[in-house]
Ligand binder design. Structure first.
Ligand code: MRU
Length: 337
């Protein structure tokens, strides 16, 4: 497929002595770049959602370790600081563990940069492969609904769920694309629609609360989402709201696909119960674009991920292959342990 036509955003850019990040908090209003020269700046960028999306935060953290090495900082505290930036997406810990084993093998800053670049390049290759694998599951003429942002902005490029949608549209399998707003941070409204419009892929935004009604209408045959951590039994943590989409999909006979690289699979976590769900500032719910929308004195509860049980998932697509009807045995057959 013509990747250059469909995938042109690169949100994480290594510049040799600093890391350039597209500030996703400002999109689509403004395309502003932030330069990070220290691991602490990368940590802050991950925590504050300048860079977000499970694979992208792993990649950014790997470059954060390179910066620490270039600056002559102590590497163990830098690794610990980056690791604590966000708790749910296991790609962060996975990338840091890869960097840590290179450090243990005596890698200097230049060798660490080679490893960070490999993590980034492998992610792009995985996404392109998953795009083909996932699209092959979709019957021509289908409609799809996606959630959050899983595109180039959330990864090294092309995307996970959005990669499958790109490949499915390019291959003539997907006729209709719907994206949920993804309250409260609006990754779907602000970021997924930005990527789809840039690609020239016709898509329609829906309010999150319109999803079940859309499924009932027969317009969508698949819900396609990414993941932040897939446990050993196939239970999948992803952006808050994913679980209710899976329940509604099963009720309406709509298929449910999770697309994620193997760096998102955590065989050390037995099931979804054991996944830490990030709680963020209630202020994210009480205000929109910095403007308070809820009466002063009101409180809010703001978990930003939920867990979809494996039993509600029809297919998990990774670069290692497709796992249909995931369970512990099927996961073990592909990922070992
Ligand atoms: C390829 S991205 C997959 C997930 O990371 C994505 O769906 C998601 O939940 C992102 O959450 P975010 O809070 O924006 O980092």
């Amino acid at each position: 497929m013509d990747y250059d036509r469909y995938d042109r955003v690169r949100a994480v850019q290594w510049q040799g002595d600093h890391l350039r990040l597209l500030d996703q908090r400002l999109l689509p209003r403004e395309e502003r770049w932030i330069d990070c020269s220290h691991a602490a700046e990368v940590t802050r960028a991950i925590r504050d959602l300048v860079v977000r999306g499970a694979p992208a935060i792993g990649i950014a953290a790997a470059w954060g370790v390179v910066l620490a090495a270039q600056q002559g900082e102590a590497l163990d505290p830098a690794l610990a600081m980056l690791r604590a930036a966000r708790p749910t997406a296991v790609n962060l810990m996975w990338a840091l563990d890869r960097m840590k084993s290179r450090i243990a093998a005596g890698a200097d800053a230049a060798a660490l940069a080679v490893e960070a670049q490999a993590i980034q390049d492998e992610d792009l290759a995985a996404n392109r492969h998953m795009g083909e694998l996932g699209a092959a599951l979709i019957a021509p003429g289908s409609g799809v609904l996606t959630h959050c942002n899983t595109g180039s902005l959330a990864t090294a490029g092309f995307g996970t769920a959005l990669g499958v949608i790109r490949a499915g549209v390019a291959g003539g399998r997907i006729d209709r694309v719907y994206a949920g707003e993804t309250r409260p941070w609006q990754q779907g409204a602000r970021l997924t629609m930005y990527e789809l419009v840039r690609d020239g892929i016709p898509a329609r935004l829906i309010a999150d609360s319109a999803a079940a009604h859309l499924m009932k209408s027969g317009e969508v045959q698949w819900v396609i989402v990414g993941a932040d951590r897939i446990a050993a039994n196939g239970d999948t943590a992803n952006k808050i709201g994913t679980y209710q989409l899976a329940i509604a999909a099963r009720h309406h006979g709509v298929k449910f696909m999770v697309v994620a690289p193997s760096s998102t699979v955590d065989m050390a976590t037995p099931d979804g119960e054991a996944i830490e769900i990030e709680m963020r500032d209630p202020a994210e719910l009480l205000a929109t674009a910095g403007q308070r929308t809820v009466v002063e004195g009101a409180e809010a509860w703001n978990p930003v991920f939920d867990v979809t049980p494996a039993g509600l998932i029809d297919a998990i697509v990774t670069e290692r292959g497709v796992i249909e009807h995931p369970n512990a045995l099927a996961m073990q057959a592909v990922f070992g342990r």
